[in-house]
Design a binder for this molecule. Structure first.
Ligand SMILES: C[S@@+](CC[C@H](N)C(=O)[O-])C[C@H]1O[C@@H](n2cnc3c(N)ncnc32)[C@H](O)[C@@H]1O
Ligand code: SF4
Length: 453
């Protein structure tokens, strides 16, 4: 049973921990030389996970927190592909491209805002530089159903894509007007139908709760409709309202944002709705069918977290290609330029378009391991952490443990000699439970995060 009174009391704004240290800690001091040395010296037996950021969208959804370039011009896309080609060529000088590729992800923006033949060029580029894709590689694409043709889908399937994630957000027509994203049900249904017919085995659907004017009643209907399409996974995101970072969010009338109580009611209903329809909650915001890999991974305690959210494929080095993309290895994070002109001029100078990054200290690595394990599997194997990092956990983290005692008193988690176990209500507060382990939060820097509820 979930106790929502505790939930309200313990929630405060915090990072979503798709990385640790979080992106605001990345610095421009992380140099090109440092980055290329890291890439060169990576263990070649570790597989690669490739992320390609395809940033263009036609028009702005007002809620959007992604790194997007709005355009209606095709020449921008043509030009971008030329730069992707150059970037991969430069990358191939610094990275062992014969390593096994375990994962490839197209994110955006809207990857399918590129035409079928443009997508084909990008796939051909990747396949020609990286010859060793694992036979069971996870190859996925984020798709806005409003921009998907049979031709594009055929290109993706031919290119080996086996997972698709559709952005839906909310089926309510009035809310679609408010968020500036008109997407009739038929459009989404057609996208799901053609993907199934093309043999895509795993379909995810993104929904968001917390939009202006949204209510429990409206969201119930959205869930009913979404369920009829029976995707393998749902991501139900808490709307991250960060108008100080994203201008379009300022178009919302903040007085129409649902109250924390309403949002809690929506979340509570969503969880029981999916559970009663055979989905299992994975991490903070995903739901999967029992036969889905994510579901099986959580049973085995093998779920991992990275920039794309939750994944079953740990132990790979992530390399980001394209504007703003982020890469991650055992001891670093690296982010590409966010401004197109900087991105292009780096590449023109024959350099990787590195904007900033961070080389992890031993303390960072330890805290990252703790935070990611909590965020993914809702428990922590203290013994394993002690062995791996040669520390006395309770001494090293005395202050964090003190903070967690408060959560323990409320039955949100239990702290034992060799493990921390988070309870059902605590799972929803996992960001707050991870925060005591974040050394950077204690430095009192001026950082603003979205609300955890
Ligand atoms: C790059 S988009 C997905 C692909 C495509 N652009 C689309 O919108 O259909 C990634 C997802 O991030 C989620 N998202 C975007 N902005 C968000 C925000 N402010 N808070 C929570 N989730 C957000 C949406 O659910 C969206 O589907
Ligand atoms: S939600 Fe998707 S389609 Fe809408 S602006 Fe963001 S990236 Fe583009």
């Amino acid at each position: 049973m979930i106790d929502f009174q505790k939930f309200v009391k313990y929630a405060k704004p915090g990072p979503r921990y798709t990385s640790y240290p979080t992106a605001p800690e990345f610095s421009e001091e992380f140099s090109h030389e440092e980055y290329t040395n890291i890439l060169k010296n990576q263990d070649s037996s570790r597989p690669l996970s490739l992320y390609f950021h395809l940033p263009f969208c036609r028009s702005a959804c007002y809620f959007c927190g992604c790194n997007v370039v709005f355009t209606s011009k095709d020449d921008k896309k043509v030009r971008y592909i030329e730069y992707l080609k150059k970037e991969v060529e430069i990358l191939s000088r610094h990275l062992d491209i014969n390593r096994t590729v375990m994962q490839l992800h197209f994110g955006g923006g809207t990857p399918t805002f590129f035409s079928a033949s443009q997508l084909e060029q990008i796939i051909t580029l990747i396949r020609s530089y990286f010859p060793n894709f694992a036979h069971d590689a996870e190859i996925s694409c984020e798709i806005d159903p409003r921009f998907l043709t049979q031709e594009q889908l055929d290109v993706l399937v031919k290119g080996g894509f086996n997972r698709i994630s559709y952005g839906v957000q909310d089926f309510n027509e009035e809310i679609q007007k408010v968020i500036h994203r008109i997407q009739p049900y038929e459009v989404t249904k057609n996208a799901v139908d053609i993907a199934r017919a093309a043999g895509i085995k795993s379909i995810n659907m993104d929904l968001i709760y917390g939009f202006p004017t949204q209510s429990l009643e409206s969201f119930k209907k959205t869930l009913d409709i979404a369920l009829t399409l029976s995707p393998d996974r749902f991501a139900v995101f808490n709307y991250a309202h960060v108008p100080w970072m994203k201008k379009t969010m300022r178009k919302f009338d903040e007085t129409t944002l649902p109250s924390p109580e309403e949002k809690l009611n929506i979340l509570k209903y969503t969880i029981s709705f999916f559970q009663s329809h055979g989905y299992k909650m994975i991490g903070m915001d995903h739901f999967a069918k029992p036969e889905d890999e994510l579901f099986l991974a959580i049973e085995k305690g093998e779920l991992h977290r990275n920039f794309q959210g939750y994944t079953t494929k740990g132990g790979a080095d992530l390399v980001g290609v394209g504007l703003t993309s982020i890469g991650e290895g055992v001891g670093h994070y690296a982010q590409n330029h966010k401004e197109m002109k900087d991105y292009e001029s780096s590449i023109d100078a024959g350099r990787l378009p590195l904007y900033k990054g961070i080389a992890l200290s031993e303390d960072d690595k330890l805290r990252k391991a703790v935070i990611m394990e909590l965020m993914s599997n809702f428990k922590l194997d203290i013994k394993r952490v002690q062995q791996e990092f040669s520390i006395n956990f309770f001494e090293y983290f005395a202050d964090a443990i003190d903070e967690l005692r408060e959560f323990e008193k409320q039955d949100l988690l239990s702290i034992e000699d060799d493990s921390i176990k988070v309870g059902t209500t605590g799972e929803l507060l996992i960001r707050n439970i991870a925060m005591p382990f974040d050394a950077y939060l204690k430095q009192n820097k001026q950082r603003r995060f979205s609300k955890t509820i």
